[in-house]
Design a binder for this molecule. Structure first.
Ligand code: FAD
Length: 447
């Protein structure tokens, strides 16, 4: 009998254990279900949909080269998979396991109707498997990293099946273009295509390029003006390349600092497995009393990159224009929203969710709570990043010139904090010292 391969954030053929198991079992029906019901308000954001469109398109082409194809269905995962199973006479579904709370619900629902076989494959070690000596999950990153290291290197095999046997008849499939995943009026994603090549081929090209650059990663990754990091995040989120493969390609390149960053991805899954509501609930409950401000105007100024702080504005415009933001600038921009504007970190998390091509439930919520200092790991409300100092320290001049054209002609001494604002560039939304004092005062209310 044919078996179903249920694809989600694992859109690849190489090192794909669910695909390998399916190929072993019989003819394969690869299915992607666009399910906006199961995740409810957590349905995929707009920038991710742009990525998804191109990634599915690429996967279908790769499958066709192997004699297969991708079946597209829209609706609730369990219902659609059950319908496909009936159409082709399948009983078994192979899938890679995912840890977002809605995917865990969907897996339970599918398992009620069909024989669901879940495989590990999207993390260095299966989330939940790296625990303390007493069997407890880790709360803090560094001990987690040490324990993870002990079970490294991860299992992986770059094998891709040579052929993927087709079933006697294919079930019905939607047309990708009918899903309207791409923006139309206005098309805000015109800049995305210049930066990104979604799909497994694009992911492997990135890895190949990065192998030659990783030696400079420690020095360059914090500099927004240069391409010092791998830019693998959307590829990893959509599972176009396995982290095990990335680890193996880099492990003997003295890439320790990079591997330690890669492991943050695993750590974040470990957190949302313990605390599935991490994107909506403070890790430390006492922060529920924090007196947040609500200012639609300030939130909009931040979203649009019009705060009058060049480094923050450059970051927010890079996000809008390319679907991605440099990690150092993510920290600065997030800290600015939370501490300088005193706006609830959840507003920022939501905006990132909608605008990042690498939007990832675990990574996004863990990093927002880390910057806020509300999380289970660090307790750092009092750490307030000074955007102007950061901008100078990490030499962000060219980055600002690229993303904030109003400031393009300013010399280095002026670019981080222009004395005279060129036409069209706003004054600071709030002074740094005033903002800092207000944030510290708010923090005292939750002690
Ligand atoms: P590299 O430095 O080359 O790192 C390699 C890989 O390691 C990344 O692709 C990513 O998968 C992982 N990684 C690196 N840093 C982190 C980190 N701090 N946390 C978790 N994983 C990490 N990353 C996302 O993938 N999705 C998100 O939604 C996301 N939201 C963030 C929100 C905020 C406020 C902050 C401060 C960070 C966020 N990050 C998120 C983490 C980090 O900024 C990105 O993973 C990184 O910038 C991606 O660029 P890169 O692939 O070049 O990273």
């Amino acid at each position: 009998d044919p078996v179903i391969l249920w694809l989600r954030q694992d859109l690849r053929l190489a090192d794909q254990p669910a695909l390998a198991a399916a190929v072993h079992d019989g003819p394969v029906v690869p299915v992607y279900v666009l399910d906006d019901d199961t995740p409810k308000h957590r349905k995929m954001g707009a920038a991710s949909r742009w990525w998804l469109h191109h990634s599915l398109d690429s996967l279908d082409r790769d499958l066709r080269e192997k004699g297969s194809r991708l079946i597209l269905r829209r609706g609730k995962c369990d219902e659609e998979l059950a319908k496909v199973a009936e159409e082709v006479g399948a009983g078994t579904v192979h899938a890679i396991r995912h840890y977002e709370p809605w995917w865990r619900n969907a897996e339970r629902a599918v398992a009620k109707r069909l024989d669901l076989q879940c495989h590990d494959g999207n993390y260095l070690a299966p989330p939940g498997s790296v625990v303390t000596g007493g069997g407890q999950p880790y709360k803090i990153y560094t001990p987690f990293w040490r324990a993870l290291n002990e079970v490294m290197p991860p299992r992986h095999s770059l094998n891709r099946p040579r052929d993927i046997h087709a079933p006697g008849k294919w079930p019905g499939s939607d047309k990708l273009a009918d899903w309207d995943l791409l923006p139309t009026k206005p098309d805000w994603a015109t800049g995305f295509g210049k930066e990104w090549t979604p799909g497994e081929g694009g992911a492997h090209d990135r890895v190949d390029d990065f192998v030659d650059e990783v030696a400079d990663y420690d020095e360059r990754r914090n500099l927004p003006s240069v391409e010092g990091s791998s830019r693998l995040s959307p590829h990893l989120h959509f599972g176009e390349v396995s982290p095990g493969y990335v680890w193996h390609r880099l492990a003997d390149k003295r890439a320790d600092v990079f591997l330690k960053e890669l492991a943050w991805r695993d750590y974040a899954q470990n957190v949302i497995l313990q605390l599935p509501d991490y994107a909506s609930k403070n890790g430390r409950e006492r922060f529920d009393d924090l007196p947040w401000r609500t200012s639609k105007a300030d939130l909009r100024a931040w979203q649009q990159g019009r705060t009058g702080y060049p480094i923050v504005d450059a970051g927010m415009r890079q996000l809008w224009g390319s679907g991605w933001m440099h990690n150092r600038v993510r920290m600065i921009a997030a800290s600015f929203l939370i501490k300088h504007l005193l706006i609830d970190w959840r507003e920022g998390e939501k905006w990132f969710w909608d605008t990042l091509v690498d939007a990832d439930y675990g990574n996004n919520s863990v990093n927002w709570q880390w910057v806020a200092g509300t999380g289970i790991d660090a307790n750092m409300w009092g750490r307030i990043m000074a955007p102007l100092v950061q901008s100078e320290k990490f030499d962000a001049g060219d980055y600002i010139r690229e993303w904030v054209p109003e400031l393009r002609d300013l010399p280095d001494e002026q670019i981080h904090d222009p004395e005279h604002r060129p036409d069209g560039y706003p004054d600071k939304i709030i002074g740094h010292r005033e903002a800092r004092e207000r944030a510290l005062a708010a923090g005292r209310k939750v002690r």
